[in-house]
Design a protein around this ligand. Structure first.
Ligand SMILES: [Zn+2]
Length: 210
């Protein structure tokens, strides 16, 4: 079994043209260890590349991806990958910024929206259990007949719900109290490239203007 040609070709391109320019940085990062400036939790969606959006280089971000960029409640024991990544980022790497980045046209959120709207209860897919995390957000959606609006609303409410789950954990609470951590919610519009930041004071996602 061989790797597909497109992967070999892209690796060759990277190794020959990009790696030489990065080698010193990478050696330094190996010697000194990583000290990422932020942890970013984003969706698995191939159209969302937070490293690109923030022009990141190696060592900048500690990244975690899952379906629909969710943070489960810390007391839940059905999913440890996301929580252990957060724990490592806070306790060991001592990141100062934790970002949850959601996005438009999110397939995971769409699945949750359809699932809960149709009052489904079957658990045929792994995702049917995973989206339990989104249920509290779905319950907050204002009545709307416009499915697109409803899904967008769920994309954003789910980010707020994940922030609530973070804030309810002792680990995060202590880090924020000790002024060692800032938590941000972001929503990215894929089509326009616009990025929105959650403002806890007015409960809105505000477009970043610069
Ligand atoms: Zn998504």
């Amino acid at each position: 079994m061989h790797l597909p040609d497109f992967l070999i070709d892209r690796y060759k391109e990277w190794k020959e043209n990009i790696f030489p320019k990065k080698q010193e940085l990478l050696k330094l990062l190996v010697r000194n260890g990583q000290k990422p400036k932020a942890m970013i939790i984003s969706c698995c969606d191939s159209r969302v590349n937070t490293s690109n959006i923030f022009s990141a280089i190696e060592g900048d971000f500690f990244e975690h991806r899952n379906i629909a960029n969710l943070v489960p409640p810390f007391e839940s024991n059905n999913e440890n990958g996301t929580l252990s990544a957060i724990e490592y980022a806070i306790k060991v790497l001592k990141v100062r910024n934790l970002l949850i980045c959601g996005h438009s046209s999110c397939g995971g959120i769409k699945h949750a929206y359809d699932y809960f709207s149709n009052k489904k209860t079957d658990r045929n897919l792994y995702i049917d259990k995973w989206i339990d995390v989104i249920k509290p957000a779905f319950n907050q959606i204002q009545n709307t007949k416009d499915v697109t609006e409803g899904q967008k609303s769920l994309e954003q409410l789910s980010i707020i719900n994940s922030i609530t789950n973070l804030n309810n954990s002792k680990l995060i609470k202590d880090a924020i109290l000790n002024k060692n951590l800032n938590v941000f919610g972001l929503w990215f519009n894929i089509s326009t490239g616009s990025l929105f930041v959650y403002n806890q004071e007015n409960n809105n996602f505000e477009k970043i203007n610069y």
